[in-house]
Design a protein around this ligand. Structure first.
Ligand code: I3S
Length: 128
């Protein structure tokens, strides 16, 4: 497994630790619960697993089961407005299934990178 985008352009793969909370599930508002999550972008799926001490153990093969998976096909992202969160650098992700997530990192360039990758993925898989 390698990180970064593949040269074929279809198998996006990216991982990292992000702060995540659901805000809506199946169209209904849910209570925020920010958690640090080891996040994997693979194909058109975004997987969240419990972050284990920075998550590097994932590379060692101790791949924990995803706690939560999001299908990015038909979804959308935007930078969250101030009323969605008081945190900096917050991405709002909406899925076609009616789930809304907030994804955040204190690291400016890191979260910008994720924003671009998620945008790429959504546009690549837009017509599936
Ligand atoms: O949108 P809210 O309700 O202001 O979100 C905050 C709460 O979820 C808060 O927890 P409580 O459920 O104990 O009130 C969290 O600790 C905050 O982080 C949430 O706000 P931010 O602005 O950090 O997303």
């Amino acid at each position: 497994a390698s990180s970064g985008s593949s040269s074929r352009g279809e198998t996006h793969k990216k991982c990292g630790v992000l702060n995540v909370t659901k805000i809506t599930e199946h169209g209904k508002k849910v209570r925020k619960n920010w958690t640090s999550s080891w996040t994997v972008l693979r194909g058109s799926s975004l997987l969240f697993t419990k972050s284990q001490g920075g998550g590097t153990s994932w590379f060692g093969g101790i791949q924990s089961k995803p706690e939560f998976t999001v299908d990015l096909r038909g979804g959308s992202i935007e930078w969250a407005s101030k009323d969605k969160s008081s945190k900096k650098h917050v991405i709002e992700l909406k899925t076609r299934q009616g789930t809304e997530l907030l994804i955040q990192s204190e690291n400016d360039s890191f979260i910008n990178d994720w924003y671009r990758s998620l945008m790429d993925t959504i546009s690549t898989h837009a017509w599936e």
